[in-house]
Design a protein around this ligand. Sequence first.
Ligand code: PBG
Ligand code: ZN
Length: 317
Amino acid sequence: MALRRPETRLGHFSEYLKLCGLKKEHLVSPLFVSENKRSIGAMPGLSISSLDDIEKYAQNISDRGILSVILFGVPSRRSADGKIAMDAEGIVQKATSRIRSHFGSSLTILTDVCVCQYNTSGHCGIADKDGRINNDSTLELLAGIAVSQVQAGADIVAPSAMMDGQVQAIRTKLRDSGVKAAILSYSAKHSSSLYAPFRSAAFAKSRTELDKSSYQVSYANPRQAMREIETDINEGADMVMIKPAMAYLDLIRMAKDTFDFPLAAQNVSGEYAMIKAAGIKGLIDEHEWKVNTLGSIRRAGADRIISYFATDIAEYV
Ligand code: PBG
Ligand code: ZN
């Protein structure tokens, strides 16, 4: 596309990202894993790896100089209680141990800790008979999932369920189980339709529009976002997160200035899909917006950026 002269792009983008302070070590690349390989319709250019291809997918990320991956499991079976998420032979646990034995300590492995890809409801917690999410019984399950992932080789567990007390529950259970890992908490995870492309990849069709607003943060309440972060720091998180990223740059800066604590931001599936779709239609320069987006997230104050664009922009940083 002719929106920008191609010969100037590499230099221009590299200089811009240097000004933003973005480096490869800030980037974390997501990795979807399932029993069978398939493409993701809502996220053009991305696919879900099969377990057998996982080293190949991880190699592609590592070849670009990116040092961290975050694993999202897409199991082919679900159970009512979601307990298969903590199975030592589960999809994420197997993928983790394969990556660990192939790459040793050269790749940092993060694992998403949640139940919504594993239970029949698709909610991030386990529901009682009346349909209400039971925060406390979910905590035990989340802690069990985290321990199983660390036993498989995860360096950092990243709880994304937004249950109250999840950091403390995981911290305690890791200690009692005699295993060590850092905790990156999805502290301020805003309720958003921007997760719909992720859900279309990981969930059955009927589950893409689940209302998770009873436990995720409202975008109308930035103070709540700050309180969630403070709570997680007090519970012993090693790093906290804000997501989505693009419409929350002010909150990233606010959190960095307020807490001066390691901070991650997640540039989510819908942010990827918007830029990709407009790029494919020729409406915008896709590369320019990948670069602009990730540069601004770093400039706002994120120490780690989880992004489906990580491998695409690695050549510029
Ligand atoms: C699981 C989880 C989700 C995302 C990360 N972990 C989906 C959800 O909460 O519905 C979204 C990631 C993305 O959209 O890129 N709790
Ligand atoms: Zn979830």
